[in-house]
Structure formats: C-alpha cells, structure tokens
Design a protein. Structure first.
Length: 405
C-alpha cells in the first residue's frame, strides 16, 4: 500500500505531466495496478484496520431487549440480568452506545430573548464566611438577576431565603436596572412559589409584589435548569472572576464591592455569546421594559405583637429591645434588609440595625434606663411618719413566767 506522498506524486505525474501508467510505474518503482488504483481513487489512501470482535457482541441482542423494555435500566443491572461476568468498562460503553436508540432525549431549541421580555432570577451561595457579629460569621445567599436580552446582571446579598428578603433583593436589582422586566423567571424556590399538579402557586408576598409591578411570574418545572441558563452561567462567572482574592468585612461591604464590580467589569465586558458588551444593549432593554412604579414598593416584613413585660420582641432568632412604655400594648414591627423598627400609634418605640448573627440580644441603653426607672418607681416603699412604741422585753418574761437569776 502506497503512502499519501506517493499517491500525490502519481496523480501529479499523470494529470499534470500527462505521463502514462507504465512510465509512472517505472519512474516510481510501483506496480502498474497500484498506479492505476491511485489514478482512479477519489481520496488519499488510508489504513483501516478490520474491527475485531468484542466479548460483548454475543450479549448485545439480550441488551437490546432489556433496553427496549426499560430504557433507563442501569448498566450494572443489565450486566446482572444477562450474566456478564467480565470487566465492567467495556460493557458500560456498549450499553451507552445502545441506550440512545431506545431512550430518546428531549432536544432543546436555542432561546432568543426579545428586549424587555424577561429577567432570570436565582440564588448564589458564595463559599465565603461573611462577618455578621462579634467573632461570628455566616454564609449568606446572594440574590442575582440577569436581563435576558442585554445580559446585564445585578445582585444583592440578603439575610435569608424568606419571601420578604427575596423580594427586597429583587427590588434592589430592578431599581439598579432602571425599569421593570415584563416577566420574572424563577425555579421552585420556597419563598417564591412552586408548581403543584401543573398549577402555579405563588407565595402571597411574591404575588403581591408582581401585581404591584405588573410583572408576569414564570415558575419553571422541576429539574429544568436549562430554563434559566443565563443566570446559572453568571453564577459560575461570579465564583471564578469576582470572589478570588477578595475579603469582606460585612454584608454592606460585600454588596458595595459586588455592585462596583458589576458596573465596572461584568456588565461592560465583551460577552462571548452576544459578541458585544451587555451595557451596549441595556438602552434597548430599558426602552421595552415597564417603567418603575410611581408608588412606594413595600418589601418589609410586617407583623404586630403585644409587647411582653420583658419589653423585647423576637425576629428570627434574635431579640430586640422596645421602650418599656409600650408594655402590654400592640406594637407594629417592620423589618427590612438592614433595620428593625417597632412603632406604637405611629411613633417609633424601637429602631435597631438588623442582626444577622443567630441567637443574639440587642438592647438600647435608652430602653434599659427607662426600664430601670420604672422598676424603681414601682418598687419604692414610702416611709410612714408615725412613732412606733418599743415594748420593754421584761414584759415578755412576766407573761411567760420566765425565771430570772
């Protein structure tokens, strides 16, 4: 068998210099039939080894039968059913080759987003300990969002996965976007909602939030990460490009660094899929989105509680002091991402920074001083201006006939 160089030379001599078969054979020292084959061929010669048989070949009919009945049957179970007692690797490879013939995979179309159409939302959990109190750290979620058309990203570290905190994080991102996307894509996050028997069930705070903004909620079916691939890929990008080499002193410090990095790096980089910068598409996205609502969007936790005598209220696992003048009365409590506020008839009776460290007691010195003053008032016993007779002890001796020496 001639090699590629000889094949090329034969064809050059025949088609380029118009030499005959005998002349070419004599010049190159090749057999005439070899020269004729090279001239007639449509491609260069290539060595092809005759495939050798495999020990699995004899088991293939039975493997096909099992896959036809149970396409998802594991290869280890198939090996047991057909009596395979040799190496597992070659058997698994054969099963992997045959399985697609019986278990057809659902294809996905490439998604194209229209300007202003939707934003994808997700939770990113940075593997970093954030200081949240004296000597205490925690790993907190970051709510991240990405506009489908422009790929502009936003994010906010939040204290918990409760509905109100998720909504507060979304609202912070939407305000940074400068407009409201027409649809919000979420997976089955417990604080947002879930699909039950194919029906959409939103949590009350999220339904109220979407109604206030006029935004359409879109909840994906379970096990469908491809439905929000834009924000999923962003999470990987944050992990490899934002976190390395950074340290954070607080949640506020994390958010400040993250916002700066998004504005100066992530949203102005050359996007590999778009082949342009996300910031260059943002104007078109905003023009097609809905304007921010002219009314106040309340994203706080709200509840009312009768203040107990110890004048502390609990939110999460932490206790916050309230002015003791409200003891026994109903106080309204509002909690946002950074503060805890209690009011009585519209007047503030407590205002604290929200504590993210678990099981802490947060006291205000004014509240403690007022409590001590009230306790002193209630426990004060007035002195009576009355002379009290002091009895002579000898009278007791006479009464009980106690002998004296």
């Amino acid at each position: 068998m001639i090699n590629v160089n000889e094949w090329a030379e034969v064809r050059r001599l025949h088609f380029g210099e118009h030499l005959g078969v005998k002349t070419i054979a004599r010049r190159l020292g090749l057999a005439r039939n070899t020269v004729r084959s090279a001239i007639r061929s449509t491609g260069p010669p290539k060595y092809e080894r005759k495939p050798r048989g495999s020990a699995v070949d004899g088991y293939e009919p039975r493997i096909r039968e099992l896959l036809a009945e149970h396409p998802e049957m594991p290869a280890s179970v198939i090996a047991e059913r057909v009596g395979w007692a040799r190496g597992a690797t070659v058997f698994r490879q054969r099963v992997a080759e045959l399985r697609p013939l019986y278990a057809l995979q659902e294809p996905y179309q490439r998604t194209e987003y229209r300007p202003g159409e939707l934003a994808q939302w997700d939770l990113w959990f940075p593997p970093m300990d954030i200081p949240v109190g004296p000597g205490m750290t925690a790993r907190l979620p970051v709510l991240v969002g990405a506009l489908g058309y422009s790929r502009v990203s936003g994010g906010e570290m939040i204290p918990s996965r409760m509905s109100e905190d998720l909504i507060a994080g979304m609202w912070a991102c939407i305000q940074r976007f400068g407009a409201v996307p027409r649809g919000a894509v979420w997976d089955n996050e417990s604080g947002i909602g879930r699909r039950v028997a194919g029906k959409l069930r939103l949590t009350e705070p999220f339904a109220r939030f979407c109604g206030l903004l006029g935004m359409k909620p879109i909840l994906l079916r379970p096990a469908f990460p491809e439905g929000k691939g834009v924000v999923e890929r962003d999470n990987e990008y944050y992990e490899t490009s934002f976190l390395p080499g950074r340290t954070f002193t607080s949640v506020a410090d994390f958010n400040a660094q993250f916002h700066t990095w998004l504005d100066e790096r992530a949203n102005v980089r050359m996007h590999r899929t778009l082949r342009c910068r996300p910031s260059q598409r943002l104007a078109a996205d905003r023009a097609a989105m809905m304007p921010l609502p002219p009314i106040h969007v309340d994203t706080t936790h709200r509840f009312a509680v009768r203040l107990p005598r110890d004048h502390f209220i609990r939110f999460g696992t932490c206790d916050y002091s309230v002015h003791p003048k409200a003891v026994g009365r109903m106080v309204d409590v509002r909690v946002d991402l950074t503060s805890v506020v209690a009011t009585l008839n519209g007047d503030d009776v407590a205002r604290h920074a929200r504590c993210l460290a678990p099981h802490q007691t947060i006291s205000d010195e004014v509240h403690i001083a007022a409590r001590d003053a009230l306790r002193k008032h209630h426990h004060h016993v007035p002195t009576l201006a009355v002379d009290v007779e002091v009895r002579d002890l000898a009278s007791y001796d006479r009464i009980f006939a106690v002998a004296t020496a």
